[in-house]
Design a protein around this ligand. Structure first.
Ligand SMILES: Cc1cc2nc3c(=O)[nH]c(=O)nc-3n(C[C@H](O)[C@H](O)[C@H](O)COP(=O)(O)OP(=O)(O)OC[C@H]3O[C@@H](n4cnc5c(N)ncnc54)[C@H](O)[C@@H]3O)c2cc1C
Ligand code: FES
Length: 314
């Protein structure tokens, strides 16, 4: 999507909560419905873009429902909006529905657990730049670590529903099985078949799971699993592409793997964001200047969150 088109489409909209369900110990999936101008704007939400949610008026859960480790932080005021990607977006008639997946990590996300069907939220978006898949790629490797899965799920959904014909394989990693933010059952048979995660299987995408402690899938880092796959692959580098989202250390490793093999790679970077629209300078990402040893700072909210891996300095 062009910059002009992006800026004309974005705005502040009201979304109505359609569901909010817990899918794991610290993860929830939130359904949102947009109508009117919001439905038009979010119908163009690209995988990898984000939106800023206003949680300031959302109630705190009862004290016993707040996880012990968040007891002190939970009571803080949530003055600033919080950035979230979407895991799915579907435009049908005059309504656009989106699903976001969130980890409960602090005052805003603790409050989000109290949202229920019919509640209204103010949302600014679509913001930033999403993934861009060039023509001619045969295979797309998605690499997600921990809570990095939502924009990759959205990308898989968007490409398969467009009938892009590109083969997609999702690599999903976390410290342990409980930290995998997925709803699907991780039984041995579905893991062997490669369709262990329902979120990817429903759009026909194979998923390969890795956990650091071996409690689900491959034992070890998701990037080691990716390397093993690449070593066995017969594809040439220009037939492949990688898109990754997750912890910075994982992104750095994915970036190095891509550079060593000359594979196109895009990374969705995360930074604390205050304004989300390029004004406050709180979300700087150090980037290389092509043809020079100098670096510059680009704003993650405006130039990203998706960057070409070659650009980012780790
Ligand atoms: C572009 C973008 C997309 C995102 N998409 C999702 C998503 O789909 N699902 C999801 O669960 N979260 C996502 N996040 C992170 C989400 O914004 C934070 O988890 C949320 O703001 C936490 O708010 P809080 O008040 O609950 O916790 P806070 O008190 O604000 O943070 C709790 C802890 O998380 C760390 N943290 C918070 N935000 C970030 C960040 N951006 N980068 C690194 N560390 C951070 C803090 O340092 C702190 O330790 C995204 C962030 C960005 C920038
Ligand atoms: S969040 Fe303000 S400049 Fe990026």
């Amino acid at each position: 999507m062009s910059e002009e088109c992006l800026s004309s489409a974005r705005g502040t909209f009201e979304a109505v909560v359609s569901f909010n369900r817990r899918i794991g110990p610290g993860f929830c999936r939130l359904g949102l419905e947009f109508s009117g101008e919001g439905a038009k704007a979010f119908a163009h939400f690209e995988p990898g873009q984000f939106a800023q949610l206003d949680i300031s008026n959302t109630a705190l859960p009862s004290p016993e429902a707040v996880p012990d480790h968040l007891r002190d932080a939970a009571g803080r005021n949530v003055l600033l909006r919080r950035p979230f990607s979407f895991a799915q977006m579907t435009a049908e008639g005059r309504k656009t529905t989106g699903e976001l997946l969130y980890g409960v990590v602090g005052p805003a996300t603790v409050r989000m657990t109290t949202l229920s069907a019919g509640d209204k939220l103010s949302i600014i978006g679509p913001l930033g730049r999403g993934f861009r898949i060039p023509e001619g790629k045969k295979t797309l490797l998605l690499v997600g670590g921990g809570m990095g899965t939502p924009p990759l799920q959205h990308l898989a959904q968007a490409l398969t529903s467009q009938g892009s014909g590109i083969e997609i394989i999702a690599f999903a990693g976390a410290r342990t099985a409980e930290a995998l933010p997925y709803e699907g059952r991780l039984d041995d048979i579905s893991q062997q078949l490669g369709f262990s995660l329902a979120e990817f299987a429903k759009c026909g995408v194979e998923s390969l799971v890795a956990t650091d402690d071996g409690t689900a899938g491959h034992r070890g880092l998701v990037t080691d699993h990716l390397l093993q796959w690449l070593e066995q692959s017969k594809l040439t580098p220009d037939e492949m592409m990688m898109c990754a989202c997750g912890p910075e250390a994982m992104l750095a490793r994915v970036s190095r793997i891509a550079a060593e093999r000359n594979i196109d790679c895009q990374l969705s970077m995360e930074r604390r964001m205050a304004c989300g629209i390029g004004l406050c300078q709180s979300c700087a990402v150090e980037c290389r200047v092509p043809g020079s040893s100098e670096t510059i700072y680009k704003m993650c909210c405006e130039h990203g969150p998706v960057f070409d891996a070659k650009e980012v300095v780790f």
